[in-house]
Design a protein around this ligand. Structure first.
Ligand code: NOJ
Length: 596
């Protein structure tokens, strides 16, 4: 044990009962309201991709019982709530994001009884379950769509977005629209699907086009029809009544499209699939969506114990993010997911980027609670995205340090706490994500970040007894796995455990305000978290560069308060820091400490 965090880890693990949970931890009281903070302000959130977590029936695909089986691991990690990607009945074209029944479990994942057991067992360990709710679209195999597509006179005729199209000879029709000609008609506009091609698909029965923002097997619902809202609200009640603690609202910004179906402005150039790049004015963030979100908020607020609403809210700036909270009224999403901090490319990873985006999230959302994340099932793992190939381990620790010590609710992704890496397929024939098949080789899809969870150094990493897992287990599983890393005090997993334990036991990190330090430093991102009662603060400094840097963190402290103590550090050189002056941070190192 050379690193100081190892010492801290031993102390924390000794003195913090592992059963310490979001529920059993003393509730923090916000001084302004004297109300206990809702659980989601303090919980660490963890995304499970159910196909890839644990396979208990040997079919090579994860299932709900495979999550239940591993709840102790999550509890020991210090997780407060698990968000599970969709497990509902589905043809699995988009691996569950194409739902054919909103009130059941896909047999491939288990049964409703398994879900109830998972909910119960999660709660028994002081954690909670948040489920994905895909409101924008259904599967084309959902009975609603089958009815709707079957006839213009069906009871569900107006549940999706149907259009006659326009004559292929009409003025202004583009060659692109003409590619999708049927019966002399072309799609009514130039809108394209996220996953390639026109967003309009011809239905031979209705002799009309329907709109699909994603795959053609994912038709968009018509949310201007109140029956759709009533049906989806019933589905949400179904899960709340079963005891889930909230929803992650998929593609929430895409619920409504321009009613006049105006063509989008072309921005020039094409995407990886060769489709024109379009302005999203008529496709995303239509103002009506906020009324809907307020109604969803009222629905969840009518349930006890603060069910949470997370939203897939990819925004260009913090002003747009603020709308998702409901602005000054704060009556929309509790936790709109902030994509601007961590869902970004390699070239953006810098101290300046963090200071700006995290600072804006702090100040620009009318006091809303930031939801910070770096990884999910739609993007290469951050260890590879931000890794420079030399310092990847240090960089991953740095990302975790920021994730768990800035103000906000942290969301991590299965495998990140192990340092699991992206396994991008190298041959088209191995790709499972249809997006990657259509886009190969420019767009290789999302398989790389969805490979099976690595539990042990044994066969299939302990994920499955079946050697034919739905995606191959990453070759590095022999060293990167829960069992091996648990036994190594210097592992990534223990870095995560220590950070999360520190966060949960430190009021300044849970609820404290945040002040940026060294605002002009382009290499080191540093900040102070100060406990709500003013007593106690924590200092964090991460060096986002490949060279050592020296920082002065004493600014703002009373003279004589320049002495420091390390709480946690990624590097042996930072083990015995005694002063806030001239702190020398090795490349990509993380230091968490306090002034004395
Ligand atoms: C966002 C989800 O995260 C992604 O995986 C999915 O393909 C689309 N929404 C469509 O539901």
């Amino acid at each position: 044990m050379t690193f100081c965090y190892r010492i801290l880890l031993s102390l924390l693990l000794l003195f913090l009962p592992l059963s310490l949970s979001a529920q059993s931890a003393a509730p923090q009281v916000s001084p302004a309201t004297a109300q206990p903070a809702p659980w989601w302000k303090h919980a660490v959130l963890y995304e499970v991709y159910p196909r890839s977590y644990g396979d208990t029936n040997g079919d090579g695909i994860g299932d709900l019982n495979g999550i239940t089986e591993h709840l102790d691991y999550l509890q020991q990690l210090g997780i407060g709530a698990i968000w599970i990607a969709p497990f509902y009945p589905s043809p699995q074209v988009d691996f569950g994001y194409d739902i054919s029944n909103y009130q059941d479990v896909d047999p491939q994942f288990g049964t409703l009884a398994d879900l109830d057991r998972l909910t119960r067992e999660t709660k028994r360990r002081g954690m909670r379950l948040v489920v994905d709710m895909v409101l924008n679209h259904t599967s084309d195999q959902h009975p609603w769509f089958r009815g709707s597509a079957g006839s213009r006179n069906s009871a569900k005729a107006n549940w999706y977005i149907w259009n006659d199209g326009i004559p292929a000879t009409a003025p202004g029709v583009t060659p692109y629209q003409k590619r999708y000609e049927h019966d002399g008609k072309v799609p009514p506009n130039n809108w394209i699907s996220m996953f390639g091609g026109s967003a309009w698909e011809w239905s031979p029965f209705r002799k009309q086009f329907y709109y699909h923002r994603f795959y053609k097997q994912q038709p968009d619902l018509n949310w201007r029809n109140p029956e759709v809202e009533a049906a989806m609200f019933a589905a949400m009640r179904f899960w709340l009544d079963r005891g889930v603690s909230g929803f992650r609202l998929d593609a929430i910004s895409m619920i409504y499209e321009d009613e006049r179906l105006r063509s989008a402005k072309e921005l020039g150039g094409v995407d990886a699939l060769g489709d024109p790049r379009l302005d999203k004015l008529y496709l995303d963030n239509l103002p009506e969506v906020h009324g809907l979100v307020r109604r969803i908020r009222a629905l969840v607020d009518s349930y006890p114990d603060h069910p949470v609403l997370l939203g897939e809210t990819s925004t260009a700036n913090v002003a747009d993010l603020d709308h998702w909270y409901g602005g000054a009224s704060q009556d929309e999403l509790h936790l709109p997911i902030n994509f601007m901090i961590g869902f970004v490319g390699t070239n953006i990873f810098s101290a300046d980027h963090f200071r700006t985006t995290i600072g804006e999230a702090e100040t620009g959302t009318h006091g809303g609670q930031p939801l910070i994340f770096f990884d999910n099932h739609d993007i290469d793992r951050s260890i590879d995205r931000f890794g420079d190939g030399v310092h990847n381990q240090q960089i991953a620790r740095l990302i975790a340090t920021v994730l768990f010590t800035v103000r906000g609710t942290p969301l991590t992704y299965y495998g990140a706490p192990l340092g699991m890496t992206t396994q991008t397929p190298t041959r088209k024939e191995d790709v499972r994500d249809p997006w990657g098949i259509a886009g190969w080789p420019k767009q290789k899809g999302r398989d790389g970040e969805r490979t099976p969870m690595q539990w042990t150094p044994g066969p299939q990493a302990g994920f499955s007894t079946n050697s034919n897992t739905w995606l191959p287990v990453a070759p590095n599983y022999r060293t990167l796995n829960v069992q091996t890393e648990s036994a190594d005090p210097g592992s990534m997993l223990n870095w995560y455990r220590t950070l999360i334990a520190l966060r949960r036991s430190t009021p300044a990190l849970l609820d404290g305000s945040m002040t940026m330090l060294n605002p002009d430093d382009h290499n080191v991102f540093a900040y102070r978290r100060t406990a709500p009662d003013g007593k106690g603060s924590v200092l964090v400094a991460v060096n986002i560069s490949a060279a050592p840097h020296t920082v002065q963190l004493g600014t703002g402290f009373a003279a004589g308060a320049q002495k420091a103590r390390t709480l946690l550090a990624s590097d042996p050189a930072l083990q015995n820091v005694t002063s806030l002056d001239n702190l020398v941070l090795p490349p990509f190192s993380s230091w968490v400490g306090e002034a004395q």
